[in-house]
Design a protein around this ligand. Structure first.
Ligand SMILES: Cc1cc2nc3c(=O)[nH]c(=O)nc-3n(C[C@H](O)[C@H](O)[C@H](O)COP(=O)(O)OP(=O)(O)OC[C@H]3O[C@@H](n4cnc5c(N)ncnc54)[C@H](O)[C@@H]3O)c2cc1C
Length: 579
């Protein structure tokens, strides 16, 4: 069994590279660096994929809309990486069919046609089909809820989806560890060690025990996403921030469409509606955001904005039910004086030595989830150059750990017999394969040792108790939220895991030695996390809460926004665009 790594015990070791941030880019850097033989350590203050990476629209795409900004390089980068991800992570990254319904002026439709041709040209080496035109009748056959009036037809094109980004991130962690890297979640970098004009390491706090330790490294890479300015504040002082941060939200609703749709609002703004798990995912918005990065959530204005758009686009569907929302913060290049959506999504590697004379520190600003592997390659190239080491990047060639294709083909062909062999339903095997790819057998190994672990976590879903043990022992799950939201993803189901979280917590308590107090605190923290997704509901329709008489005056003063004030606020809001 793998026990939790104690940062204090490991601090003595010197590293080539210390990485701050365990999102897609950070874990991608750890994998690449470890594969090139660098002695690598990564610190993540919460959990792997806790930040923006776990709150994106989950598209692996070139970004059709960036063509409008003439950002051809960015689109090509995304399309190239899309193809690589389809190859190295075929169990997680899946092709996704998109429709762009054609409404509006001839000029607008011509622009879309040119966009489609360019998108095909820029993805000349793709395995996905080229775009094609669909007649109005065929569009409505396929998407009967779509607005019929003034519809001319649609273009069909293909991008890809990473439905379970959290699992992709975990695959990077597993791969990096197999190549010798040390990756610690719940380990916050609380300061950089600075000696004269060089950073020589990091001060780390284990957020589960409060213990602190210092780690020395030849180079420190800051991939803190929207927290990146906070990470370097101690050494940069009052210099202006490096990133511009904008918020984007999503609605998770009952399913409406068969395929994904790229749509335009009346003001020309683009947004998406797409199938995701058993739901429809609607997103996203793009508004400047400078409040607490950990507290980001969808507001009632954000929700109403997206809901009013989809109601217009699909007048025959009901959008009244929202299962939940989620929100994230982009870290973009700090380009001011333009609207949020016009800021490029390109990444920049900010070398503090070249820019500010501070050696040993590199920060990464911007960059898309889609391009995480290529961004990581660029970063490790810079690191390798500085450390004068030469091995080439292998991450585009070597598949991720769950992507053993022959093993995947075998299990898909023999689902029934694998299920019978282990005495569990084929539905559970299919679920395990969808989550762990060819690593599903690691979970089944636990059942071989202890038959009780094949018990379902709840009656209605295929998840089994062996996943809890596997998450603790093989995938560094340390908290209830780690398991529910970023290992099993039970927290994304319609029930949001609220029915079974106590059962899971009890199991984790045994594995991790929690006492009754810790157990209650873990359940509380998970429920708080889920409540954040519904925060907008409380503002929308405040329910009368019984208030003790002594507190009534204060409660009576709670600011409730009038509809008039809300619409004034909405008018003032900057236009929103998708990621
Ligand atoms: C609404 C929205 C939709 C998007 N949709 C898409 C999309 O469909 N496709 C796409 O390609 N891109 C999309 N993006 C962009 C994409 O999600 C991000 O660019 C990407 O996830 C950034 O990854 P990252 O690793 O840099 O940052 P993050 O995932 O935020 O990781 C940074 C990590 O650093 C950790 N950290 C911070 N401070 C410290 C510290 N002091 N010590 C240790 N750890 C620390 C954080 O906890 C966090 O986990 C979207 C973004 C948003 C906001």
């Amino acid at each position: 069994m793998r026990t939790r790594r104690d940062p204090v015990k490991l601090a003595e070791t010197g590293f080539d590279l210390a990485i701050i941030g365990g999102g897609m880019i950070g874990t991608g850097v750890a994998r690449d660096a470890a594969m090139r033989g660098l002695k690598t350590v990564l610190f993540e203050k919460e959990d792997f994929c806790y930040g923006t990476s776990g709150r994106s629209s989950r598209m692996i795409h070139g970004g059709l809309r960036y063509l409008a900004n003439y950002d051809l390089g960015l689109v090509r980068e995304g399309l190239r990486e899309r193809e690589i991800l389809l190859r190295i992570a075929p169990h997680l990254v899946k092709p996704l069919k998109f429709l762009i319904p054609l409404y509006g002026s001839f000029l607008h439709r011509m622009k879309l046609k040119i966009g489609m041709i360019l998108y095909d040209l820029l993805s000349y080496d793709k395995s996905l089909p080229n775009h094609k035109y669909l007649s109005k009748e065929k569009v409505l056959d396929s998407e009967p809820a779509l607005l019929e009036s003034e519809l001319h037809g649609a273009y069909v094109y293909y991008d890809s989806q990473i439905a379970l980004t959290e699992r992709l991130c975990m695959e990077n962690v597993v791969s990096a560890e197999r190549h010798g890297a040390l990756l610690m979640n719940h380990a916050k970098v609380v300061g950089l060690i600075k000696e004269t004009n060089a950073v020589s390491g990091v001060k780390v706090q284990d957020t589960l025990t409060g213990k602190e330790a210092e780690f020395r490294a030849k180079l420190v890479v800051n991939v803190g996403g929207p927290w990146l300015d906070e990470v370097v504040q101690g050494v940069r002082g009052k210099q202006s921030p490096l990133a511009r941060t904008t918020k984007g939200i999503h609605l998770v609703t009952p399913k409406v469409t068969k395929d994904a749709l790229a749509l335009f609002a009346a003001d020309g703004r683009a947004y998406f509606v797409m199938p995701w798990l058993d739901f429809e995912l609607v997103g996203t918005t793009d508004t400047d955001y400078e409040q607490g990065m950990d507290a980001v959530k969808a507001d009632v204005d954000d929700v109403e904005y997206l809901r009013s758009e989809v109601k217009k686009a699909f007048p025959r569907a009901s959008w009244d039910q929202i299962h939940y929302t989620y929100a994230g913060v982009r870290s973009l290049l700090r380009i001011q004086g333009v609207k949020e959506s016009s800021v490029t999504r390109r990444h920049v590697i900010y070398d503090h030595e070249k820019k500010e004379g501070l050696k040993g520190l590199v920060s990464v600003i911007g960059g898309k989830l889609t391009a995480y592997r290529g961004i990581a390659e660029d970063i490790v190239d810079v690191v390798a150059d500085k450390l004068s080491t030469g091995p080439e990047c292998m991450t585009a060639k070597e598949k991720l750990p769950g992507a053993n294709v022959s093993e995947l083909e075998k299990v898909h062909a023999n689902m029934g017999s694998v299920a019978a062999e282990h005495g569990i339903g084929a539905e559970t095997i299919a679920h395990l394969v969808s989550l762990y790819g060819s690593r599903y057998s690691e979970v089944l190994d636990y059942i071989k040792k202890d038959k009780r672990l094949k018990e379902r976590i709840c009656e209605t879903n295929p998840d089994i108790m062996a996943e809890v043990t596997h998450a603790i022992q093989k995938e560094s799950a340390c908290t209830l939220s780690d398991f529910m939201l970023r290992r099993s993803l039970i927290g994304f189901r319609k029930c949001e895991g609220l029915d079974c979280c106590t059962k899971v917590a009890n199991k984790m308590a045994k594995g991790l030695g929690w006492n009754a107090r810790e157990l209650a605190s873990q359940i509380g923290a998970y429920r708080d996390e889920i409540a954040k997704r519904h925060a907008y509901e409380r503002k929308q329709s405040p329910k009368p809460v019984p208030v003790p008489s002594s507190k009534r005056t204060a409660a009576g003063r709670l600011p409730t926004r009038s509809p008039a004030r809300r619409s004034r606020r909405a008018r003032r809001r900057v236009r929103r665009r998708p990621a």
